[in-house]
Ligand binder design. Structure first.
Ligand SMILES: [Zn+2]
Length: 327
């Protein structure tokens, strides 16, 4: 992929550094006549840091005391099972493992988009009665990589990976599906940008989980969301529009996300969100998961002079989000 295809907020690629200023000094100090910089292709010469005015990495906020969980949290988490997992090479070059879940609460196909190949699903790896090695590989319960002719799911002779100890909690984003913002290029909200930003940060760490919940339009569904858009064009904001349609301002629930994260063996995480209330919701009523840090996501349009989603609709949407802490 060429650098021009990356979003505008990525570090600019600079032309290779020249050392002409210090050429004379260097020739005195270094006996070797080989100039290493010049022999390297420009692509592997480090670009300069992104200027301070354009933060490319958000500053994490340690979570010292978790806000009190709201009364609405369920006592028992839903049961989830990873049905299938598959490797997805992406257009940015990063590989992800898509985990598809079923659960005992609804019929939707909730997903975990897993960056890196160290994180595993307990329910996927569990042995199922009567299944063959081929069955296991087809549903994605294999170690390492698949290749033509592979016979066993259990070991990967081609690429034995070392289990290195982890020193940081996994970066996690709980993302609710937004067809309009992610697929239909909508500038009414910044969901697409937030998903891209989460993917960018997780690609950088080569580890992370986006729990992708199929709760379109704050849980009201696409049809009702489109009606709400019409109400917004008639002058209502996001929250008022939902209330006018007799939906709760925010019908989203995160207990499925908590259950999915536990299935992925995550008990300590760093949560990518602007909403401190999401911390208690994701941790669960009995604090099944601990959020170590909250990593905020500032809209690109707010921190850069160009790029990001700019529309009068998204301005109103973000203002409402800030006011109601619904990010
Ligand atoms: Zn959206």
């Amino acid at each position: 992929m060429s650098s021009s295809e990356f979003p505008s907020f990525l570090s600019p690629r600079l032309s290779p550094q020249t050392d002409s200023d210090n050429a004379d000094d260097a020739s005195v100090l270094k006996p070797s006549p080989i100039n290493l910089d010049r022999s390297l292709p420009p692509t592997i010469i480090s670009p300069s840091f992104t200027p301070d005015t354009v933060p490319s990495t958000p500053v994490p906020i340690p979570v010292i005391s978790t806000p009190q969980p709201s009364d609405g949290l369920p006592d028992i988490l839903p049961e989830v099972e990873c049905v299938v997992r598959a490797r997805i090479p992406t257009t940015s070059g990063t590989e992800i493992f898509l985990h598809l879940y079923k659960n005992n609460m609804d019929d939707k196909e909730h997903l975990a988009i897993v960056f890196g190949n160290k994180i595993r699903s307990k329910s996927l790896d569990r042995t199922r009665e009567g299944e063959t090695e081929m069955d296991r590989m087809i549903r994605g319960a294999y170690v390492g990589r698949l290749y033509p002719g592979r016979q066993t799911s259990r070991e990967d002779q081609t690429n034995a990976e070392e289990d290195t100890a982890k020193d940081t909690a996994t970066l996690v984003r709980i993302h609710s599906e937004c067809y309009t913002g992610e697929t239909a290029w909508s500038a009414r909200c910044d969901c697409g940008e937030q998903l891209d930003e989460a993917a960018r940060l997780m690609s950088k760490e080569n580890e992370g989980i986006v729990v992708y919940l199929r709760q379109e339009g704050r849980g009201i569904g696409l049809g009702e969301k489109l009606k709400a858009y019409n109400l917004q064009d008639l002058g209502a904001d996001t929250v008022t529009a939902n209330i006018l349609l007799r939906h709760p301002a925010d019908a989203r629930s995160y207990s499925l996300a908590t259950a999915i994260l536990l299935d992925l063996d995550q008990t300590e995480i760093r949560l990518l969100t602007n909403n401190p209330d999401k911390i208690a919701a994701v941790e669960g009523k009995h604090r099944e998961i601990k959020v170590r840090e909250r990593v905020p996501m500032v809209p690109i349009a707010w921190r850069m002079n160009s790029g990001g989603i700019r529309s009068k609709e998204v301005e109103g949407y973000l203002k409402t989000k800030v006011r109601t802490a619904c990010l």
